[in-house]
Design a protein around this ligand. Structure first.
Ligand SMILES: Cc1cc2nc3c(=O)[nH]c(=O)nc-3n(C[C@H](O)[C@H](O)[C@H](O)COP(=O)(O)OP(=O)(O)OC[C@H]3O[C@@H](n4cnc5c(N)ncnc54)[C@H](O)[C@@H]3O)c2cc1C
Length: 387
């Protein structure tokens, strides 16, 4: 055997898994197809839940602490809310992921970047992983190779549902950076069944659109350009990078384990189907996966089946509530925004949910309590009907 565990993919899920298992005492090889550090299309927003699952203080890789959020409709401000001390931490994914990988290496994991996995094979007593120059063998394997996972293809009947996001990194003059401030912007009026975002990243802005549905992909670039044209402080921007990528629409109940393999993060289709937030689920699933594998390394009779069960009961439940909320909001986005605009209590709850201070489960189960008052306020509040 070359290792106890092979982890395929050095994004947040794979790097944290490699760290946790190495730290526990396992011999880990981390295989990554790109040369690190590598760019990943991503808004780089770490929710409070994502921060909770980091075993170390991330302040040296955080570019901005976002202090609040604003909801807009085709550029028009509906509400802006501050939530001290902060609602999310903004990172550059190349820096953040490289920092996580360095932690895994410090704990003893062996990183092999520029090493694409071409195929995996599960045998009775080991897994074999094929790369261009070499075959690796280990007792267990973690598939952390993202939304286009090769490892997931070896899971029978694995169901992958995805939307698509297009992200632009934009350089703007400092006055325009100041106009955005430390606020996250979410615009649910800019495209059908999706939203646009503007996130501050210190010296630039991350601007993007997310189509949160399967099937025919709309012309996302046209939506992004229309979105940018709605905001005066983006008009002078220079697009530095423009990349699209699929995002899992999570919430399925399905096995995420075989006898010797587990899927984590995007590879397991664990991102939320409402906002496309996936880093916290990548980190959360890495914790559950490393616990399951470590238990098997110490007692092979235990088996990996507990992993799927734990995912379904914890983050899987949260993803199912997120999907339900997405269905409601995206089928009536304008009404949802108007209702939100009428209730300060609901606004606080909305922002807390977007930034994971509160769970989707809590928001969805609390919403019916607001219905009577929301209806009255909505009917009385004529100004909001003008947009
Ligand atoms: C445009 C966009 C914006 C987003 N914004 C946010 C956001 O603001 N906040 C948030 O929480 N989430 C966001 N997401 C989702 C988030 O990026 C993902 O959920 C997260 O990256 C998942 O982490 P992961 O480790 O599972 O997979 P990834 O980060 O995708 O890492 C997978 C790794 O596996 C490697 N790999 C792939 N195939 C192979 C192979 N065959 N062999 C070896 N290595 C391989 C890849 O190179 C990569 O390094 C966004 C996604 C997109 C597309």
């Amino acid at each position: 055997m070359d290792a106890d565990v092979i982890v395929v993919g050095a994004g947040p899920a794979g790097a944290l898994c490699a760290y946790l298992l190495s730290h526990a005492g396992a011999k880990v090889i981390l295989l990554e197809k790109s040369v690190l550090p590598r760019y990943k299309p991503c808004g780089g927003g770490l929710t409070l839940r994502a921060l909770k699952y980091l075993p170390w203080d991330p302040s040296n890789v955080i570019r901005v602490y976002a202090v609040g959020g604003e909801l807009t409709w085709e550029g028009r401000l509906i509400l802006k809310k501050n939530r001290a001390p902060f609602v999310a931490a903004m990172v550059r994914r190349d820096h953040f992921d490289a920092w996580l990988v360095a932690k895994a290496q410090e704990a003893g994991a062996t990183l092999m970047d520029a090493t694409p996995v071409l195929g995996v094979e599960e045998l009775d007593n080991r897994v074999q992983v094929e790369t261009p120059g070499r075959i690796f063998r280990a007792a267990y394997l973690v598939g952390a190779d993202g939304v286009n996972s090769i490892v997931a293809r070896h899971f029978p009947n694995f169901r992958r549902a995805t939307g698509v996001a297009l992200e632009a990194e934009i350089d703007v003059p400092s006055a325009e950076l100041e106009a955005q401030g430390c606020y996250l912007t979410f615009d649910f009026g800019i495209l059908p069944h999706g939203y646009g975002w503007i996130f501050p990243k210190g010296d630039h802005l991350s601007v993007g659109v997310f189509a949160a549905h399967e099937g025919r992909i709309p012309d996302l670039k046209a939506y992004l350009m229309r979105f940018m044209a709605c905001y005066p402080h983006l008009v002078k921007g220079q697009v530095r990078l423009l990349r699209g990528h699929r995002i899992p629409l999570g919430g399925q109940r399905q096995p995420l384990h075989t006898r010797r393999m587990l899927l984590v993060g995007d590879a397991a289709n664990l991102a939320d189907a409402f906002l496309g937030e996936g880093i916290s689920y990548a980190l959360w699933s890495a914790h559950l996966a490393s616990q399951a594998i470590w238990a098997c390394l110490t007692d092979p009779q235990v088996g990996l089946a507990t992993y799927t069960g734990k995912v379904q009961k914890t983050l899987g439940r949260e993803l199912r509530f997120a999907a339900r909320l997405g269905q409601w909001v995206y089928s009536h986005p304008k009404q949802a925004a108007m209702i939100l605009a009428t209730s300060p209590k609901l606004q606080a709850l909305w922002l807390d949910t977007l930034t994971a201070r509160q769970s989707f489960a809590h928001l969805v189960s609390t919403l019916p309590l607001y219905l009577p008052i929301m209806t009255v306020q909505y009917l009385q509040n004529k100004p909001y009907r003008q947009w």
